[in-house]
Design a protein around this ligand. Structure first.
Ligand code: SF4
Length: 196
């Protein structure tokens, strides 16, 4: 990463950490920005930080994050291969779903994050992330697992791993979808071919 990009990241992260643009700033412990590579071809986007993420200031570090990590690792993904974040960067109280105004406000920061990471393949984890991107409420079983090309990005939606913690058999479709993501990155020449 060159000095210019490093400086842009620092400014972006400072702006996030001092952000008071929506009401979630009043109840958060930490602003949760990202985990993984800052220049990854693959970006995974969830809904919002939970309790563990709020305490640690990192996304997907609780039980659902561990599950996601295991499902990704099953296809050879390491943390250097992806950038992971959420639609909103501050924890909603009681883990409620973020409200529209909070999502709309925080999307301005997400747009800056996109411009810095420059991903090629995007995975939306759960219906809130889908709705924030596409504007309509999805029927998850209908939209999951298929790539959609938008403005040059390959975008796939899958279930949020927290859903699979409540319903064990939902691990299977998420696992399958991670396999499709690996295949897409390989086809695009963005990751080495996995010997399986
Ligand atoms: S959720 Fe996003 S917009 Fe709201 S205070 Fe946190 S960083 Fe700012």
């Amino acid at each position: 990463m060159n000095e210019d990009i490093r400086a842009k990241w620092k400014k972006f992260e400072d702006d996030c950490r001092s952000c008071n643009a929506c009401p979630l700033s009043k109840t958060r412990t930490n602003v949760v920005i990202s985990r993984g590579a800052k220049d990854a071809s693959l970006m995974l986007i969830g809904e919002a930080p939970g309790h563990d993420e709020d305490i640690k200031g990192l996304p997907f570090v609780g039980r659902s994050g561990q599950l996601l990590q295991n499902l990704l690792a099953a296809y050879g993904f390491k943390e250097k291969d992806y950038h992971i974040c959420n639609i909103v960067k501050c924890r909603p109280p009681e883990n409620r779903r973020p409200e529209q105004v909070e999502i709309a406000t925080c999307k301005k920061l997400l747009a800056q994050q996109f411009a810095l990471v420059k991903p090629k393949v995007i995975v939306l984890l759960g219906s809130t992330a889908y709705e924030a991107f596409f504007g309509d409420k999805p029927v998850m079983r209908d939209v999951r697992g298929a790539f959609r090309e938008v403005k040059g990005y390959q975008i796939m939606t899958t279930y949020h791993p927290a859903f699979a913690l409540r319903n064990d058999k939902m691990k299977i479709p998420i696992y399958e979808d991670m396999g499709k993501v690996r295949k897409k990155l390989e086809e695009m020449g963005l990751i080495e071919t996995l010997d399986k």
